[in-house]
Design a binder for this molecule. Structure first.
Ligand SMILES: [Zn+2]
Ligand SMILES: [Zn+2]
Length: 331
């Protein structure tokens, strides 16, 4: 039957998507074994060196795995229900015969509900997802792998089998950070044994040490490229998709729409309390549906009074300036 064939294909596809995660976990377990039993407890003679290497490696390894699994298992949060269009609006959309008419209906809905929507599509129309029946919040995109709209969409990453998005972006950055430093630690501590093996191989475990060094170099290089790219993106308060498709505001595309200054941009992702920055626990600022604009853009939206909706509580308020309307809600 077609429906059971379809669900069978979906099931196999879903299982297949976990293969990269299983591969990374397998490599991590092998690294854990090889670094401990082939290197620290077989090749290192000094007890002090063994203790220092053991502590350094396990600290980075635990932080890396913690960040990795937080990235994978933090649920993708859909846009709040306030963004869902009503049956009445759906009926009206059915009667609209051109794009401007559709936009007028959606514009009226956004204004009546008081949704904090500033980004438009490339035609200057309200962004609407017909698959989710929701107005897209600023910086949200529909992901066809996750089959839903995703808040502050960055990209869908096969290595974590989920979207990198508002809810797990901090963990993803820490995963890159600890992964890069774990590889660097491996490279630096294995450099001396690598050189002596290269000159004269003598033991059975030498091939594993050699391989461990090469794995550290290979993964370290890939993680370094991604990590420094994302550091640049955070410094500019951009997502990966926004580097190729800048946010489209009332006056056109604007690459630096959310640029609040480098330190404030880092706080948006990592939180207000600096001690929480290196720990993979929730601390990002905001709700994911409503982002403060750079002051040059914010002034355009502050001239008139608007109805606005508090995305956290769903209550409607009337405010007369932008800082009030788009206030940052710390979680
Ligand atoms: Zn959608
Ligand atoms: Zn996705």
């Amino acid at each position: 039957m077609p429906s059971s064939l379809g669900s069978c294909i979906r099931f196999v596809t879903n299982i297949g998507r976990w293969i990269p995660v299983v591969f990374v976990t397998g490599v991590c377990l092998w690294v854990l074994y090889a670094y401990n039993f082939v290197f620290i407890f077989s090749s290192v003679q000094s007890h002090v060196d063994r203790v220092l290497l053991f502590i350094g490696f396990h600290f980075l390894f635990i932080m890396f795995l913690w960040s990795y699994f937080m990235t994978i298992f933090t649920p993708v949060r859909p846009p709040p229900e306030q963004f869902r269009i009503t049956d009445e609006v759906i009926q009206q959309l059915g009667t609209a015969d051109n794009a401007p008419a559709v936009n007028d209906i959606l514009k009226r809905f956004v204004r009546d509900v008081g949704l904090p929507v500033r980004t438009l599509d490339s035609r200057g129309h309200i962004r609407y997802c017909p698959r989710c029946d929701k107005i897209k919040p600023d910086r949200a995109c529909h992901c066809s792998f996750c089959n839903q709209c995703v808040l502050k969409y960055d990209h869908h990453c096969p290595w974590v089998n989920t979207c990198v998005n508002f809810c797990n972006y901090k963990y993803f950055i820490l995963f890159l950070f600890y992964g890069f430093f774990l590889c660097l630690f491996g490279l630096l501590t294995l450099l001396s044994p690598f050189i002596s093996i290269w000159k004269h191989s003598t033991r059975g475990g030498d091939i594993e040490l050699l391989f461990l060094f090469l794995v550290s170099g290979m993964f370290g290089l890939s993680l370094a490229c991604l990590f420094f790219f994302h550091l640049y993106l955070i410094a500019r308060n951009r997502s990966t998709i926004e580097t190729v498709r800048p946010p489209f505001l009332e006056n056109g595309p604007c690459k630096n729409a959310y640029h609040l200054g480098i330190f404030n941009n880092f706080k948006q992702v990592l939180g207000n309390q600096i001690w929480k920055w290196p720990i993979p626990i929730p601390s990002s600022i905001g709700s994911g549906s409503n982002f403060p604009l750079a002051s040059s853009n914010a002034s355009r939206y502050s001239s008139s009074s608007h109805n606005s909706i508090d995305i956290e509580t769903g209550t409607k308020t009337v405010s007369s300036n932008n800082s009030e309307r788009y206030r940052v809600i710390s979680t």
